[in-house]
Design a protein around this ligand. Structure first.
Ligand SMILES: [Fe+2]
Length: 430
C-alpha cells in the first residue's frame, strides 16, 4: 500500500569544456509500479547487491546473465515473500565479468514492470590492474533554504548526469553521506534514488552514513512522517534502503576492498549530533573495529592503499574540523599507513594534508552551497592545498602503487535544460 506521499517544502584551470546534457526523462518520473528502480551497491569479485522498491507489495524475480538477451538458462532469483522494498545479494558470479540483469514483478510480461541494468564484477582482491572510482557527497536538496542558497533538485540532477557522463571508467561510487534532508522521511529517500536511478542502475554505490540520515523528522518544524513500522534499526529509515557490504561489521560502519585498495567506512554522527564522540571514542565498538581492520589491512600483502571514508571532517577549513576525531584516530591512521581520508558535511571542496595523510572534503553533490563562502585557514592544523565552495566530484584513479585524484568542478549553466560546465580544478598523485 502506498504509504508516504506528503510533499515536503520544508581552481588553477587544467581543462575546461562544456557538456550539454539533458536530464533523463526518467529522473523523478512517475512510475506506475516502482517507487525506486533497481540500484546497485557493493560490487565484489563474486557478488553484487541490488535494492529496489515497488509501489505495492509484489513477488519479484531477478534474472542475471552474461548474455544481454537473457537466454533460457539465465539465472533467476525469486523473492521468497511479497514486499515493497527488496534487497538482494546476487552470489556465485564470475570475477571481472560483465553481467546484465533485469528486475520484474514475478510473471509479468508488461515491459513497464521490467527494469534492466548491467554491471562489472570486480577483479580478485589484490589485483593491481588500474581502475577508478568516484567520490561525492552531500546531495541533499534543501527546500527549506533553497530560496536563499543556490541548491535544488536540479543541481543534484546535473551532478548525477555529470558523473554518469564521466563514466564508464569508474567502477563504483562512494557517497560520503547526507543523501537527502532526512533519512527518516521516505519521500526524501525516494527522491535521492529517483534522481540517481540512471546512474545507480549500472554503477554500484558504497554508502557512507551522514548525520542527515538520522535527522529527526520534526527537525526545523517539518511535519511528522507517516509511521513506517518494522523497518531497519529504528535510528533511520535509510538502512531499509542502503545495503552494507557483505560481511559488514555493522549496518553503519564497515570495510570494503576493491582490487588493491581497502576503504574503512566510519559513522561519525547522528541526527542530534553530527560529530558524536560516543560513536567512535576509545570505548566504542567502532573504535575497536577500525583499529582491528587497520591492523589486518596493513598486514595484508594484497592491499597497497588504505583509505578511510567518514562524513564529518577530521580536518577542514570550512565546517569546523573535529578535535575528537583527530584525538582518537590521527595517530592510528599514521601508524597503520592510511593514505587519504575522504570527508564531507562541509558543502565545498577541500584538499588538505598533515603528516603525509591527505584529507579531502567532497560535499558538493547538490546540497546548497554558499558561493560567497570564506574559508578559515587559521582554524585548521593541516596544510590547505585547495578550498573552493563548488559543486564537484572527485575521480580517484588507482594504477598499481600510484593513486591520482582529479577534482571536477561542475557549474550549472541552465539548470532547467540540464546544461553544465565541467572543469578540472585540481589533480595530484600519491
Ligand atoms: Fe552533514
Amino acid at each position: 500500500m502506498k504509504r508516504d506521499i506528503k510533499t515536503i517544502l520544508c581552481m588553477a584551470v587544467f581543462l575546461t569544456f562544456v557538456v550539454l546534457n539533458f536530464f533523463s526523462a526518467s529522473a523523478e518520473s512517475a512510475d506506475s509500479y516502482y517507487d525506486i528502480e533497481p540500484a546497485l551497491m557493493n560490487v565484489c569479485p563474486n557478488s553484487i547487491d541490488i535494492m529496489w522498491e515497488f509501489k505495492d507489495p509484489a513477488w519479484a524475480a531477478v534474472e542475471v546473465s552474461q548474455n544481454p538477451s537473457f537466454p533460457t538458462n539465465a539465472t533467476i532469483y525469486h523473492t521468497t515473500e511479497t514486499k515493497e522494498i527488496l534487497k538482494t545479494t546476487i552470489n556465485g558470479l564470475n570475477e571481472n565479468s560483465q553481467y546484465y540483469y533485469r528486475v520484474s514483478q514475478f510473471g509479468t510480461t508488461d515491459p513497464t514492470r521490467i527494469k534492466n541494468g548491467s554491471f562489472y564484477t570486480s577483479k580478485p582482491i589484490g589485483n593491481r590492474d588500474g581502475f577508478s572510482f568516484i567520490l561525492y557527497g552531500d546531495t541533499r536538496e534543501d527546500s527549506i533554504f533553497e530560496s536563499s542558497y543556490y541548491g535544488d533538485t536540479e543541481t543534484h540532477g546535473i551532478m548525477t548526469n555529470a558523473i554518469k557522463t564521466h563514466l564508464p571508467k569508474a567502477k563504483f561510487l562512494v557517497h560520503l553521506g547526507d543523501y537527502g534532508y532526512s533519512g527518516r522521511r521516505l519521500s526524501w529517500i525516494r527522491k535521492f534514488f529517483q534522481i540517481e536511478q540512471n546512474l545507480l542502475k549500472d554503477i554500484p554505490l558504497l554508502p557512507v552514513y551522514g548525520n542527515h540520515e538520522f535527522l529527526r523528522e520534526t527537525f526545523k518544524g517539518c511535519p511528522a512522517p507517516v509511521p513506517y513500522a518494522g523497518f531497519g534499526s529504528g535510528q533511520t529509515d535509510m538502512d531499509s534502503y542502503l545495503m552494507p557490504p557483505p560481511g559488514a561489521a555493522h549496518p553503519f560502519y564497515y570495510s570494503y576492498a576493491y582490487g588493491n585498495i581497502q576503504i574503512i567506512v566510519i559513522q561519525t554522527g547522528t541526527g542530534d549530533n553530527d560529530n558524536s564522540e560516543d560513536l567512535y571514542d576509545e570505548n566504542s565498538e567502532q573504535y575497536n573495529f577500525v583499529r582491528n581492520t587497520l591492523i589486518s589491512a596493513s598486514n595484508d600483502p594484497r592491499i597497497d592503499h588504505i583509505f578511510v571514508a567518514m562524513h564529518y571532517p577530521m580536518y577542514s577549513a570550512g565546517k569546523a574540523e573535529s578535535a575528537n576525531l583527530q584525538f582518537y584516530y590521527e595517530d592510528m591512521f599514521k601508524y597503520y599507513g592510511v593514505k587519504a581520508v575522504f570527508q564531507a558535511c562541509s558543502h565545498d571542496y577541500q584538499h588538505l594534508s598533515k603528516d603525509g595523510i591527505h584529507y579531502l572534503v567532497s560535499g558538493g553533490g547538490g546540497a546548497p552551497i554558499d558561493l560567497n563562502k570564506s574559508f578559515n585557514y587559521s582554524q585548521t592544523q593541516a596544510q590547505v592545498h585547495k578550498a573552493e565552495a563548488i559543486y564537484h566530484f572527485i575521480s580517484v584513479e588507482v594504477t598499481g602503487q600510484t593513486v591520482c585524484f582529479k577534482t571536477y568542478k561542475i557549474t550549472p549553466i541552465n539548470p532547467g535544460a540540464g546544461t553544465y560546465q565541467k572543469t578540472l580544478i585540481e589533480q595530484f598523485c600519491l
